[in-house]
Ligand binder design. Structure first.
Ligand SMILES: C[S@@+](CC[C@H](N)C(=O)[O-])C[C@H]1O[C@@H](n2cnc3c(N)ncnc32)[C@H](O)[C@@H]1O
Length: 222
């Protein structure tokens, strides 16, 4: 059979099938993307924060919760947990005597789970859950706990330094603050937690600014 004998019509179904297949693939991809988008934004509540500030849910192990809480031993007063997940730190903080205790969590499913956890622990209605922690007012908060993500650290440092009272303590799990010197830490590997004293952090920052070349230049007599 030479080229002239080829029935082009025979090729047509293959080509249009290929196109149809391509179209189906495109539809599937678009559909999947749409579903992922809707689930991420609506079900997980991520539409409230920009993409770069989003943090996946990874629950703390019991040991990690214990490590975080042990760094706040002897303290009391208000405690806020930033990115509270299913409320495990909030409920444990309440059990250890902190009052009031507020968890901030974007994901509405986790907020439901938090309320169930609080109810099972006998503190439903006594602990509080809110949504976006970037909107939290921390000016009267003496204890903060957070297990978030490394990308958030600089922003979080700024918010905490701007808002927290002098006597506040911040405990973070897994991802330490890079610019701050901790007053202590406990635990190993992924379960390690660090504690920061806000007064000490502010003093250290002030010392750095005063010692910086720009500041020294200002103080150098002409
Ligand atoms: C690594 S998980 C930690 C969960 C919980 N604290 C624990 O230790 O089990 C971080 C959580 O922060 C939440 N999150 C992220 N950004 C948030 C925001 N802007 N406001 C409130 N929650 C947020 C996520 O939805 C996620 O559940």
């Amino acid at each position: 059979m030479d080229a002239d004998d080829l029935d082009l019509g025979q090729l047509a179904p293959t080509t249009s099938h290929g196109k149809r297949k391509g179209w189906h693939l495109w539809q599937m991809a678009a559909g999947t993307g749409l579903i992922v988008y809707v689930v991420r934004t609506k079900a997980f509540g991520f539409h409230r924060v920009p993409f770069r500030l989003q943090v996946p849910y990874v629950p703390s192990s019991a040991k990690q919760v214990e490590n975080m809480m042990s760094l706040l031993e002897g303290r009391s007063g208000k405690l806020v947990d930033l990115g509270s997940g299913d409320g495990r730190i909030v409920v444990e903080a309440y059990r250890r005597g902190f009052r009031p205790v507020i968890g901030y969590e974007l994901n509405p499913w986790l907020l439901h789970l938090s309320n169930i956890r609080a109810w099972r622990a006998g503190c439903y209605g006594k602990v509080y859950f809110r949504q976006d922690h970037w909107k939290a007012d921390l000016t009267d908060c003496s204890n903060v706990t957070a297990f978030l993500a490394p990308g958030l650290v600089p922003l979080l440092e700024n918010k905490l330094l701007a808002e927290l009272p002098e006597d506040a303590c911040v405990v973070v799990a897994r991802f330490p603050f890079l610019e701050w010197t901790p007053t202590g830490f406990t635990g190993d590997g992924l379960e390690r937690a660090w504690v920061y004293n806000i007064r000490a952090v502010r003093q250290a920052q002030q010392g750095k600014t005063e010692g910086s070349p720009a500041q020294e230049a200002k103080h150098t007599p002409h």
